[in-house]
Design a protein around this ligand. Structure first.
Ligand SMILES: Nc1ncnc2c1ncn2[C@@H]1O[C@H](COP(=O)(O)OP(=O)(O)OP(=O)(O)O)[C@@H](O)[C@H]1O
Ligand SMILES: [Mg+2]
Length: 287
């Protein structure tokens, strides 16, 4: 079932010319059409400036189309009267955790979204506790948000989005400012949320993250360059080059080491190497 439908979406920013008049400016999205299936996990990748963040903002009505349409669960994001119906359904998590923290205490921060939706206090308490438990931050609920690491802050931002009970969460480079441990924990939360039925849209520059999605949409200069499974994308070096992307590190290592092509993740490769080593060890014993 379709959850988001994007039809011929164009976003043209305006600029102010020398005489102070507003004139057409950058075309950031140039005729995008795509559907996001309910419950799916979709990655969006592309070079800097290809339009990823602009598209993300269209998914929850932060930006209205210059032309074309974005329909979320039946609601047109361009219709003012439905903007909260859209925002309630599609949560956003951005790159910089510091810009997303609005209250000094962790649990107050998570409560901010549902408070704005007018949820009653008892229900807010339930939602906040539940959201904090889901991101593994319940124990730190009464701590000062400024005390937390970048990864922990990002988990709080995710808890804030979860507490609004959205059907879909759009993550715009949520791991870009985190260390490897923070990245891994955010990715594991995203996978869990998707396994629980939340539609997840992940914008990322890390190809090993895109690889974890069901489907990867590649943007180039405001257009969809290709839209396929990660397996199909990452077995096509020409396409990766055309998109200005890189192969996931595990696949680079696999190909440099001449390992079989069915190995696509770091785990697969590690298992394969362990097995071939123990196979060799067994051979040595029998000789
Ligand atoms: N508010 C704005 N006003 C004018 N131009 C903008 C605005 N926001 C984005 N742009 C331009 O639109 C294009 C797409 O930008 P966008 O931020 O969507 O790219 P992106 O794919 O998210 O890039 P990055 O990987 O760097 O985050 C860029 O050329 C950018 O400079
Ligand atoms: Mg961006």
């Amino acid at each position: 079932m379709k959850f988001i439908e994007v039809k011929d979406l164009k976003i043209e920013f305006t600029k102010i010319d020398e005489s102070g008049r507003e004139v057409p400016g950058k075309v950031a999205l140039d005729g995008i059409s795509l559907d996001i299936e309910k419950g799916s996990f979709v990655a969006i990748v592309g070079m800097n400036g290809s339009g990823k963040s602009t598209l993300a903002k269209c998914f929850n009505g932060l930006l209205a189309p210059s032309s074309g349409r974005v329909i979320v669960d039946g609601f047109d994001t361009a219709e003012e009267e439905h903007i909260w119906d859209v925002r309630k359904r599609v949560g956003m998590v951005f790159q910089n955790p510091d810009n997303q923290i609005v209250s000094s205490i962790v649990e107050d921060d998570v409560a901010f979204g549902p408070e704005n939706l007018g949820v009653e206090p008892k229900e807010i308490r339930r939602r906040v506790d539940n959201a904090l438990k889901r991101v593994g931050m319940y124990e730190l609920r009464d701590k000062g948000a400024h005390m937390l690491s970048g990864g922990q802050k990002q988990r709080i931002a995710i808890a804030g989005a979860i507490a609004m009970r959205p059907e879909c969460i759009v993550f715009d480079e949520p791991t870009a400012m985190l260390d490897p441990k923070g990245r891994a924990s955010v990715m594991s939360i995203i996978r869990d949320l998707n396994a629980e039925g939340i539609t997840c849209i992940l914008i990322t520059h890390f190809m090993n993250e895109a690889e974890q999605a069901d489907r990867v949409i590649v943007l180039k200069k405001g257009k969809v360059l290709c839209d396929r499974t990660p397996e199909a994308l990452f077995s096509d070096r020409d396409m990766i080059e055309k998109a200005g992307l890189e192969m996931p590190p595990a696949i680079e290592i696999r190909d440099k080491a001449g390992l079989p092509e069915h190995l696509t993740t770091a785990e697969d490769i590690a298992d394969y190497i362990k097995q071939s080593r123990s196979g060799r060890a067994a051979d040595n014993c029998s000789n």
